[in-house]
Ligand binder design. Structure first.
Ligand code: AMP
Length: 273
């Protein structure tokens, strides 16, 4: 992969990268399509990264289907599919990790200690191997996007990060590889994530400025679903991700909810009128 990238760079080809953990859906493909449009060569990486999963999380059972993914990527004119093995990425002698301080202590970082250290590490490795001009990420993982932007700016990495809007099912549920874990009742209950974000939006539009009031209402709505257990519902500054008490600028309403055993996340941005 490094040799391929070096050769492409020597020929002044623009490389776009879409890093994924596979089990692709339309959300991933939206990123791929944008990269294909904007670059000479699009690389999609598929790597279920063990260092971003906690010991009690779903690394082993995370859905995988390389054949199906490969077929979907061929349909999108992807140039290169990069799918390293765990041993190639983390040989027994591996010792180096990238830690972004502060930004990773709360929201998903609070609930999943070490998660963003794993994400930043694998993304830094992918950037060094693939040498993209632009890398594409989804707003669905808003904290991840913020962490990666910080990684790139703090470590003087020479590439652009683009963050694209969240792709959703017709009923609003954000597309996610983990949706495949949901049973029928859970799938129906999972709609409440987006519904509670829309409620937050309506309240803010109606003039409500108090984060506590909006969060309380969102939690109440989620609490009505039998299979739902709230991890967090927060309103934070859209750039710094620091909690905001009064909505007076652009904020992110971000939440993580367990539906049965499946942990789902979602978010929307709100602007004060
Ligand atoms: P994953 O395979 O879940 O690690 O996701 C790979 C990339 O796709 C990340 O940048 C995600 O933010 C992005 N992504 C995942 N789901 C969606 C979605 N529903 N809409 C847009 N981007 C997404």
């Amino acid at each position: 992969m490094r040799q391929n990238s070096s050769r492409l760079k020597a020929r002044n080809k623009r490389i776009g990268l879409v890093p994924t953990m596979g089990y692709l859906h339309e959300g991933h493909l939206g990123l791929v399509r944008r990269s294909v449009k904007e670059n000479d060569v699009t690389v999609v990486s598929i790597f279920v990264n063990p260092s971003q999963f906690g010991p009690k999380e779903d690394f082993a059972k995370y859905p995988r289907n390389l054949k199906r993914d490969e077929k979907m990527l061929r349909g999108e004119n992807t140039d290169i599919l990069f799918y390293p093995s765990v041993n190639q990425m983390y040989p027994k002698t591996y010792l180096t990790y990238v830690n972004i301080e502060g930004l990773t202590d709360f929201l998903c970082g609070g609930a999943r200690p070490g998660h963003f250290k794993g994400v930043a590490t694998v993304v830094a490795k992918l950037f060094n191997i693939i040498k993209p001009d632009t890398a594409y990420f989804g707003q669905k993982d808003a904290q991840q996007a913020a962490v990666i932007k910080k990684l790139v700016s703090d470590l003087n990495m020479d590439l652009k990060i683009k963050v694209l809007p969240t792709a959703r099912e017709k009923d609003g549920l954000a597309l996610s590889s983990r949706n495949s874990y949901l049973g029928a009742k859970e799938r129906s209950d999972a709609k409440v994530l987006y519904q509670s974000l829309l409620l937050a939006k309506r309240m803010a539009k109606g003039g409500e400025r108090s984060s506590v009031k909006i969060i309380t209402a969102a939690k109440k709505l989620i609490g009505k679903k039998e299979t739902a257990k709230i991890d967090y519902v927060e309103i934070v500054d859209a750039k710094t991700l620091q909690p905001v008490k009064k909505i007076s600028r652009e904020v992110l309403v971000a939440l993580a909810v367990h539906i049965g055993k499946t942990r789902l996340i979602d978010n929307i941005t709100l602007k004060a009128r």
